[in-house]
Design a protein around this ligand. Sequence first.
Ligand code: ZN
Length: 231
Amino acid sequence: MDMDTVQVTPDIRMLRFPVGQAYLIGLPGGFALVDSGPAGSEQDILAALAAAGGAPGDLREIVLTHAHSDHTGSAAALAAATGARVAAGAADADAVRGSAQVPPPVLEQDWERALYERITPGVTQAPPAPVHRELADGDRLDWGLAARVLHVPGHTAGSVAVHLPELGVLFTGDTVAMGEGRPIPGVFSNDHVALAAAYARLAALDTATVLFGHGEPLTADGGAVLRAAAP
Ligand SMILES: [Zn+2]
């Protein structure tokens, strides 16, 4: 597995995989992870945790933004190695556990179908992972700083975003992606009408730093950039 690490803010590192990204967040007294990379990434992620000064037992929680395998792949191995709790949106929780499947995406455009056919064969099916906490809209994460969950169905039924209002940081999952220099509603989504509403809801937040499941972060005026690019 290749993974590289990009320091986005003093406390947030982006972990970049051949497909997709996860984020390691330094908390008061520990660490959290947003998404877990593809299957087989756990050693690289543990190395990133160590480089950030954390022991395995310092990883407190893994929040999965949705149940696609490029986001959930290493959650089971990381939970076993660290004792971290796993949290996911309630409507995606059974798919993370392996007892249900996310429906295939609705591919409306030829370019999106071509992209899907190119990328999907390279993504290994994620092993089933435990979900200790099913997240609902408005939930607060126990991170020692203000951290709010938004349930934003559309990409998948149980997609969630995480907003850190005091820091002006937003983790979008795949509700928004950075594609060719501008934010776009996430590809490979289940419900395009709901996705547009989800995009609008995230764009309306007061944020500076916006961190996507795929593509380069926005590190200043992120909310304004999302609003300007709204479909
Ligand atoms: Zn996805």
